[in-house]
Design a protein around this ligand. Structure first.
Ligand SMILES: Cc1cc2nc3c(=O)[nH]c(=O)nc-3n(C[C@H](O)[C@H](O)[C@H](O)COP(=O)(O)OP(=O)(O)OC[C@H]3O[C@@H](n4cnc5c(N)ncnc54)[C@H](O)[C@@H]3O)c2cc1C
Length: 558
């Protein structure tokens, strides 16, 4: 079960540490970065009675969990700017922070629909008999194997899901406390583990999504559609080792939180999730300062004591939580000589590429889909995958790796306005295309013209199975890696603050020895998506960082 750090914090009172010297802009805790993780940390800290200020660089909170109205001619059409689907935010967190009373509501995501060029589609419908019949059109063997595959991946996800709820032990450390933590971690894994399970986990961490899927399936079309979970946000095609893990990561539903997390589209777009988190934190007394870009973290005698924002205003607190990308948190906000050399090297070598482009469209109406003359909400509201084969996806990646935007890109497309009528006026719709790949080097320059040409190609591909789409488009927004880095602080354009590659997971996320939400600076904790259980809009890093703060404070009190 997820533990509410607040319930376990009855004795800790950060307010006692307030000193007269801190009276001006003096707080118990400063959170740097008002993305959803920063807001989760602020909410929990404020709930336990701490005076908290959140310092956010942009004009609003939310970071990559944002809703905006980017079309001047249609100011009442709103899009979910970057992220678009909720996945692993634990129900306990939603309850602890009372998010539903601040407008948090999720519409369940429709089943996967992968249209094929010209004709036909893979549809992973709920009804088992219909699903079998649909898959058998591509391969009888694949239709037979599908049930075994889902059971296998769900078993592995069930084993690894609860790991996302834990703080990684310091793997390799021989300090007595760390040895105990490592042993405890392994003991907790005993249940459900067997020689076979260990082999399965090894496969997930070392294989490509394509190789893994080929152990069950033959059909190019079926494998293309099923491999998509393995490439979301990756700087790697489905044939690259390590993508099997990403596939499993996106298959986790149960964190061992007692309930399955809801996969779906939040009402009001992802910005509504951030707004609910902000309102929750404010209801517990947190202060949120926007347009407050932090320039420096103040460190005295190896301890964080405050932060300075652009313009020179200082904020003081004995406790800081940074929820910014590690390149910002450690290489910009701190002097390198305040940090161990090895740590600086680890952060400098942190891989943070993905070549993702987000295309958001305003539609005057939603044209009929080729495969859906009747307007079935299971198709219009589906998770639409442009992934007709493994080769198609791998080629898109290889082109980007060679320095060219993909000729025929991958997209996960959705039309959230099918469920959520708050996003567009009656009759109008919004379409969200999460696409890959352009060269990751495009994070260094805007490349807007090429991005527009790339979006044109993407729209052409959709026109094939949504005839009339182009004519329905009345507004479009194309966001590439440069804009993600410069406007949102997503360095290198990576959507998760750092690649979800096996060498950047668990005890390595974001650096060996500092995967426990602590940092080399006393009093400074980290809670961004670059820590264990990130990325994604889960709130897990924010929650876990506060749990470690509570642990440290209890220890000090003993
Ligand atoms: C295109 C795209 C699509 C995605 N799709 C999904 C999806 O569908 N589902 C999903 O679960 N996840 C998705 N993700 C990933 C997910 O959105 C992120 O992992 C998550 O939102 C990151 O949250 P965070 O709070 O850790 O960081 P961020 O949201 O990046 O927040 C960090 C905050 O710090 C602020 N900041 C930066 N520098 C400073 C400074 N100097 N001073 C003060 N503040 C600063 C930033 O402005 C930002 O608000 C997507 C991401 C992208 C980019």
């Amino acid at each position: 079960m997820l533990s509410d750090p607040v319930r376990r914090l009855d004795i800790v009172d950060l307010a006692r540490e307030r000193t007269p010297a801190m009276a001006a802009n003096g707080y118990d805790a400063i959170v740097i970065g008002g993305g959803h993780n920063g807001l989760v940390a602020a909410g929990y800290l404020a709930k336990m009675g701490a005076r908290v200020v959140v310092l956010e660089a942009r004009e609003k909170t939310g970071g990559a969990a944002d809703t905006s109205a980017p079309f001047p001619d249609h100011p009442d059409v709103r899009v979910t700017t970057l992220s678009y689907v909720m996945s692993l935010m634990p129900p306990t967190l939603v309850r602890d922070l009372r998010l539903e009373s601040f407008g948090y509501r999720v519409f369940p995501m429709g089943p996967l629909y992968s249209p094929l060029p010209g004709d036909g589609a893979i549809r992973l419908v709920e009804d088992r008999d219909e699903l079998r019949e649909r898959l058998a059109r591509f391969s009888k063997r694949d239709a037979d194997a599908y049930g075994d595959w889902t059971a296998w991946i769900e078993r592995s996800a069930a084993l690894l899901g609860p790991v996302l709820m834990e703080t990684p032990p310091k793997v390799g450390s021989t300090a007595p406390g760390d040895v105990i933590e490592q042993a405890r971690f392994l003991l907790r894994r005993r249940r459900g583990m067997s020689v076979r399970q260990a082999a399965d986990i090894t496969k997930l961490f070392t294989m490509s999504a394509a190789d893994l899927l080929s152990e069950w399936f033959k059909s190019e079309e079926v494998m293309g559609a099923l491999s998509t979970d393995g490439i979301i946000g990756t700087w790697a095609g489905p044939e690259e080792p390590g993508t099997a893990y990403v596939l499993m990561h996106h298959s986790v539903g149960d964190l061992g939180d007692g309930q399955i997390s809801a996969w779906g589209y939040p009402e009001g777009g992802m910005g509504a999730v951030s707004l609910a988190l902000q309102r929750s934190a404010e209801s517990f007394g947190a202060e949120v300062r926007v347009n407050a870009p932090v320039e420096r973290v103040l460190v005295r005698d190896g301890r964080a004591v405050g932060a300075v924002i652009e313009g020179g205003e200082e904020f003081h607190a004995p406790l800081l939580v940074t929820a910014c990308h590690p390149a910002i948190a450690f290489l910009e906000h701190l002097d390198r000589n305040e940090l161990p050399d090895t740590f600086v090297r680890d952060i400098e070598s942190w891989k943070t590429r993905s070549g993702t482009v987000k295309v958001n469209l305003a539609l005057s109406h939603l044209p009929q889909f080729r495969d859906d003359p009747g307007g079935d909400p299971e198709i219009r509201g589906a998770s639409i995958m442009i992934a007709p084969s493994i080769r198609y996806l791998e080629r898109a990646f290889e082109e980007a790796r060679d320095g060219r935007a993909a000729t025929a890109p991958f997209s996960e497309t959705c039309v959230p306005s099918v469920f959520d009528r708050t996003l567009a006026p009656e009759g109008m719709h919004v379409m969200s295309m999460f696409t890959q790949w352009v060269p990751h080097e495009w994070a260094d320059e805007r490349h807007q013209e090429e991005l527009e040409a790339y979006a044109d190609r993407m729209i052409d591909i959709h026109e094939d199975f949504i005839p009339g789409l182009k004519e329905a488009i009345v507004g479009r927004q194309v966001i590439g890696p440069w804009q993600m880095e410069h406007e949102w602080g997503l360095i290198g354009g990576n959507i998760f603050h750092g690649e979800l590659a096996p060498n950047q997971l668990f005890h390595m996320r974001p650096a060996p020895g500092y995967a426990d939400y602590r940092t080399p600076i006393r009093g400074l904790y980290q809670a961004s998506s670059a820590t264990h259980a990130g990325g994604g809009v889960t709130g897990l890093p924010g929650h876990h960082a506060v749990r470690e703060i509570v642990r440290d404070r209890k220890r000090r009190r003993r």
